[in-house]
Design a protein around this ligand. Structure first.
Ligand code: HEC
Length: 413
């Protein structure tokens, strides 16, 4: 093979994860002709299809080099050839332009690029010691960042884990959701030792997102397996239920003030309420068939806020009145809202279907939107897939394409 991706600083284990990640994709469309075509094919399709590149907003050569520099390390001459080629065949376009909404509020972004390139960094979460944990899904790793010093440490995970998320128990210990090998894993931050807890049912394949409840139990979703699980670290017991709507693809999960877990359906128009004690499930059907929901959060008053990813809307469900309300997201029906968190009564989410991927602020009191492009060291690219707040009310976010973690301070003084 003339071009070998491992020559370009893509570690073998990462390639395994990338190739794994692209299994099941449709036949690969061709790279446009040009000098650099063979290089692009060899280097870029190691991790994802050309479609990922063709769908982008396009860049000039300088920005292309910055962008793929977050994914792969190339020798200078090849980097120049590739950037020139990409700028020629995929120049800047506005086919997916975001509709940014101006407004009176300010946000401050702090950002960090994580060490292993192209790892699909995601799901940052704050530990009690102020450090920020994340996972590199395709890099098969977990990492921790000290935001005070910028120091980072990455921990390799057992082969085949491909963690979808990390969440912390009350003591601040990180737990990983092994999306490809059907496990939960506890990581010892000192030694890097991993304790593995496999799913007790072979049909429960893909732990996805999880949160610990006040009783110390981990409630988690399994998207493709259409299941919700409950893990008790005190006993090691894992209980699983199958959701009553086939292919509902349970995705985001959050707790309400009454202790119930709420689960988003990425596969259809529904939400579920799960009782963590009995695992009793109550399905709430959303009004429109095109609706599906990546993530949700529950406000202090019990209101469930969700992204209607399918219809490009922000939604609200009041369990007391059983009423829905939805608002069109600023970038419209194809905006694909994705991650969401409610902080101090303000709803924050992003529009992953457009570029840049905007961070959107919605004030339920005034029903007004404001949005900002999410930066990554000089480029705008990628998707925010999950966000949580730290104890100071700052948003912890990421861009899965550019290897960046970010912290957002709302209304900095
Ligand atoms: C080591 C893995 C890796 C390699 C090699 C790689 N990428 Fe990526 N790339 C990623 C990841 C991870 C994402 C985010 C995918 C996701 O979130 O689903 C991404 C996403 C993208 C996106 C989409 C950005 C957006 O706005 O959504 C573009 C464009 C892109 N890559 C270009 C390239 C080009 C050009 C090359 C070749 C020079 C390349 N990539 C090589 C890992 C890689």
């Amino acid at each position: 093979m003339l071009w070998n991706a491992s020559r370009y600083g893509v570690p073998a284990f990462l390639l395994a994860g990338c190739l794994n990640a692209s299994v099941g994709q449709a036949a690969e469309p061709a790279w446009p002709p040009g000098e650099g075509q063979a290089l692009a094919k060899a280097v870029c399709t190691a991790c994802h299809s050309v479609t990922t590149v063709a769908r982008s907003s396009g860049y000039d050569a300088e920005a292309w080099a910055k962008l793929f520099g977050t994914m792969v390390a190339l020798p200078a001459a090849e980097s120049v050839q590739l950037a020139t080629y990409l700028a020629e065949v995929f120049p800047p376009r506005d086919h997916r332009a975001a509709q940014l909404r101006p407004g009176p509020h300010h946000v401050a972004f702090e950002q960090w690029q994580v060490p292993t390139l192209g790892q699909r960094s995601r799901d940052p979460v704050e530990a009690p010691d102020g450090r920020i944990w994340w996972v590199g899904q395709w890099g098969n790793l977990a990492g921790v960042l000290d935001p005070e010093t910028g120091a980072m440490r990455e921990y390799p995970l057992p082969a085949g884990t491909y963690p979808h998320s990390v969440t912390l128990d009350a003591s601040g210990t990180p737990w990983l959701l092994g999306n490809k090998n059907g496990t939960l894993q506890r990581l010892d931050p000192e030694t890097g030792a991993i304790a593995v807890f496999p799913m007790p049912d072979p049909e429960a394949k893909d732990p996805h997102t999880g949160e610990f409840d006040a009783a110390g139990r981990l409630l988690f979703t399994l998207q493709q397996s259409n299941r919700v699980g409950r893990f008790d670290p005190a006993t090691g017991q894992i209980d699983l239920i199958v959701l009553d709507r086939p292919k509902s693809r349970p995705y985001g999960i959050k707790f309400a003030p009454d202790g119930a877990a709420w689960v988003a359906c990425n596969g259809g128009p529904c939400l579920y309420r799960i009782d963590p004690d009995t695992l009793e499930q109550t399905r709430v059907d959303l009004p429109n068939q095109e609706s599906h929901v990546r993530r949700l959060d529950v406000a202090a008053d019990g209101t469930v806020w969700y992204v209607n990813s399918g219809a490009g809307r922000l939604g609200q469900y009041n369990p007391k009145t059983q009423r829905f309300k939805e608002w069109p997201s600023p970038s419209g029906p194809a905006s694909h809202p994705y991650a969401l968190v409610v902080v101090d009564g303000i709803v924050w989410y992003n529009e992953s279907g457009v570029r840049p991927d905007p961070l959107v602020r919605f004030d339920p009191q005034t029903e007004t939107f404001q949005s900002w492009p999410i930066p990554s060291s000089g480029v705008y690219a990628g998707i925010l897939r999950h966000m949580r707040a730290d104890r100071a009310g700052r948003l912890l976010i990421h861009q899965s394409a550019t290897n960046h973690l970010l912290r957002v301070s709302p209304d900095p003084s």
